[in-house]
Design a protein around this ligand. Structure first.
Ligand code: ATP
Ligand code: MG
Length: 332
């Protein structure tokens, strides 16, 4: 097994009061060396939960109820807390969705990066500072020496995002997990940050798990993509095959929701994710799906290969019908 990361049949629940939210169910994925896997899906589909579970960062009420997670062949779920700490710093970098939790407001940018460098590498204080300037340069901050002496609040949102990336890269991770790396930025800044991420991935040959609700971002950066809905991966395949032959009504609905041609409006799929405390027997998307039959609603859905391609999987009984009659933007 050459995969950098492989997740098999992972399920995660959050305990709330006397019920449990089944936030991630039966998720399998793999990421190969140098590869970028995108995960897309609407709000509440379980994307961040999946990322947190991989690094065992789930809070007190979150628990992995089944499945396995392997990093370079070793089981993350069996690591001791010391081994886990080592892995989180040296091997896998996680950039959380909320940028405020990624930066320490009371330390300068330079101190934060140098601290990361020094915990992970055996270097002197001045060598660490040198490396700090280098990574700040790497993420295209205008003036590394000045920026290093600044506090996070003295930087713009886009500059903060660059610093967060610099921190993630400072330990030269083999796997980078980015959770909505461009939220809260204006469109132009988003584009420059994405180009930067694209370049860094290329240059550092890092494997990436890229989480976003933005299919345009996935299209630009990911080699493969998993489309998540209500905790499950509905479709997975190369970005090219999923975008050109979406074989799941949910994927089709997401693609149709994007602005088309001159029409700049978003056309969201009607309805919303159901109650994750009560998962239906049948397909989780059935109640919003225009192709759903009684069988879809009542009986479990398996993942099946699309057109015999073992790398393109869909969780839909009616994928052939969907493929022939794709949902169009004007039908939503
Ligand atoms: P977004 O696009 O809004 O970031 P997401 O796909 O990242 O959404 P998650 O944050 O993983 O979604 O949430 C998945 C589900 O789990 C949601 O229903 C959410 O309300 C629930 N959830 C997340 N964290 C907790 C928690 N700590 N306790 C209880 N429920 C939680
Ligand atoms: Mg999230």
């Amino acid at each position: 097994d050459q995969s950098v990361l492989s997740v098999t049949d992972l399920s995660v629940e959050y305990l709330t009061g006397d019920s449990s939210v089944k936030a991630v169910r039966d998720v399998s994925l793999h990421i190969e060396p140098g590869e970028t896997l995108g995960i897309a899906g609407e709000s509440g589909s379980g994307k961040s939960t999946l990322a947190l579970a991989i690094l065992r960062y789930l809070g007190d009420n979150g628990q992995i109820t089944s499945g396995s997670i392997n990093y370079e062949g070793q089981s993350i779920l069996e690591l001791s807390s010391a081994e886990l700490k080592e892995l989180r710093g040296n091997e896998i970098a996680h950039v959380p969705q909320d940028p405020n939790t990624a930066l320490n407001p009371s330390m300068t940018v330079g101190e934060q990066i140098a601290e990361v460098v020094r915990t992970h590498r055996d270097v002197t204080r001045s060598e660490a500072m040198e490396q700090t300037y280098e990574v700040l340069q790497e993420v295209n901050l205008p003036d590394p020496e000045t920026n290093a002496s600044q506090y996070p609040h003295e930087l713009s949102g886009g500059q903060q995002q660059r610093v967060i990336l610099a921190i993630a890269l400072a330990c030269q991770p083999r796997l980078l997990i980015l959770d909505e790396p461009t939220t809260g930025l204006d469109v132009t800044t988003q584009a420059t940050i994405l180009d930067l991420i694209d370049e860094l991935i290329e240059e550092w040959d890092t494997s990436v798990l890229l989480i976003t609700h933005n299919l345009g971002v996935i299209n630009q950066i990911s080699d493969r993509v998993g489309i998540m809905y209500a905790g499950e991966i509905m479709e997975m395949g190369t970005t090219e095959s999923v975008f050109s032959s979406p074989a799941n009504p949910y994927t089709q609905g997401l693609l149709a929701s994007l602005p088309q041609g001159d029409d700049r409006r978003l056309k969201p799929i009607p309805g919303q994710i159901g109650d994750l405390r009560r998962i239906p027997n049948g397909c989780v998307f059935a109640e919003r799906c225009e192709f759903a039959t009684d069988e879809c609603r009542d009986t479990p859905v398996e993942k099946v290969p699309v057109n015999d391609d073992p790398e393109h999987l869909t969780r839909c009984k009616r994928w052939e019908h969907a493929l022939e009659n794709p949902i169009q933007a004007d039908s939503q």
